[in-house]
Design a protein around this ligand. Structure first.
Ligand SMILES: CCCCCCCCCCCCCC(=O)SCCNC(=O)CCNC(=O)[C@H](O)C(C)(C)COP(=O)(O)OP(=O)(O)OC[C@H]1O[C@@H](n2cnc3c(N)ncnc32)[C@H](O)[C@@H]1OP(=O)(O)O
Length: 92
């Protein structure tokens, strides 16, 4: 079975890239993952990331991880990304 943290990394990468594409530089503020069914090691899965809404600096993204045919739901996620400036990354 795949580790929850490894699954979270996959989801953070996909939703973070999606949010970056939509909003420019962002950081993950909140990642809420519901693990519904285990992901067997070595299996191929589908990640579907969707924009829920944008409110000012906030970009809300949802993401589902399913089997490739969509019949099995593995995880459901809601994520919040905050737009940041370069100075935030430098601790400013
Ligand atoms: C082709 C392109 C390729 C690109 C590839 C890129 C791949 C990258 C993909 C990988 C990407 C992975 C990226 C990573 O993994 S980034 C690494 C993991 N994330 C972090 O380390 C983030 C650490 N946290 C922070 O730096 C700050 O707290 C942030 C920047 C998030 C906000 O601090 P900031 O000082 O800026 O904002 P604020 O505190 O004034 O709050 C502002 C508003 O936001 C609301 N709020 C804040 N936090 C939360 C929360 N947790 N839940 C709900 N709401 C929250 C808050 O109430 C307020 O709302 P309102 O009162 O205004 O309504």
């Amino acid at each position: 079975m795949s580790m929850g943290g490894a699954i979270a990394t996959m989801i953070d990468t996909v939703t973070g890239t999606h949010a970056t594409f939509l909003s420019g530089p962002v950081m993950t503020a909140n990642l809420n993952i519901n693990y519904r069914r285990p992901i067997p090691l070595g299996s191929t899965v589908l990640l579907e990331s969707s924009l829920e809404k944008k409110e000012g600096r906030k970009t809300f993204i949802t993401c589902r991880v399913t089997s490739t045919d969509g019949s099995k739901l593995h995880t459901e996620t809601s994520a919040l990304f905050l737009s940041i400036t370069a100075s935030h990354l430098l601790g400013g």
